[in-house]
Ligand binder design. Sequence first.
Ligand code: ZN
Ligand code: ZN
Length: 348
Amino acid sequence: MFYSAMAEPSASGNTHPTYRQTMLDKPTYGHPGPAPSAPALRQVLAEWFDAISFWKDRTRLLPAAYAAYHFATFLVFVWFLTTHFSIASVLTVLLCACFIGTVYNTVWYHRFGSHQAFKFRSVWFARAFLWTNPICLREESYVIPHRIHHAKSDEPGDPYGPHLGWLGSYLATETQQKTNRNLTAAEYERLVKSLEHVGLMSNTYEHYRRTGSVENVWHYFARVVFVHLFWGILAWAAAGWWGVWAWISGVFLLSFMVRDFNYRGHSALTGTHKPGEPVNQFVYGLIAGEWHENHHQYPRLARSGLAWWQVDAPYWIIRAMKVCGIVSQCNSQVPPARFQPSDAQIVV
Ligand SMILES: [Zn+2]
Ligand SMILES: [Zn+2]
């Protein structure tokens, strides 16, 4: 469905929605969405059920499967930490979550996938990240909404953030997977091109229209199986089944933190920011290098920690990959202008 409310007149005088505005399907509570107050609980739940309603639309199987996976890892997390509670188990789960958050959320999804803040020397290095990404959220499901998030930050139309309330933002991981299958062939080609650096096996236009997924679904399925074997065997080799449960618990904890961050990273908790503005959260900066206020000022930088005390482990990893020759180029110079005009170069 197109966002008719956002339609703009074209040069020829016809009315059509712009490309960026048609990337995601329209939320059930309307577009651009409720503002300034958050949607009511009933509206949030209705939107989430719509996003997973595979009985009405089989393309919603992908977000439904992701929601089921999140819930399954939650059960493992609760079971593991109640039946195997110890300092060692808590620390291991925290360390697993920090590792996944730093490497796969910040370096991979965020700085590389969404912002192309650095370049790999070969697409095969990108594929190594793709095939070992334990979060299992399809890269397009992170990248596309995130680019809209930057373009619409703090405004209605932002796919997640405080304007949806905590639960609305938490459940947005499913609702932002509602893609618009009515893109034209040319629009779809641009979308594919904007994700080329990630190293996906892309669907044809016809398959996209049928599945709502840019990535070939069998390719995605194969790497989900592979990644569970890969990390499962490593965790088992390190600490037996205890290690496997700790790893899965870490996957849940990280996914929980990312969903929470989508709300909290823009909250006015410090009292010095307007509601909805990005905030440098100390905890999320420390564990995953997400100094979000800095990041919104310089979205294409490969680093977010700008003050000496703002730890930025993901940037150290990118620098280390540059020294090893895995990364060929990274944006590390802070631009002289305080605010970048936009992220237009990479927003599709
Ligand atoms: Zn943000
Ligand atoms: Zn970003």
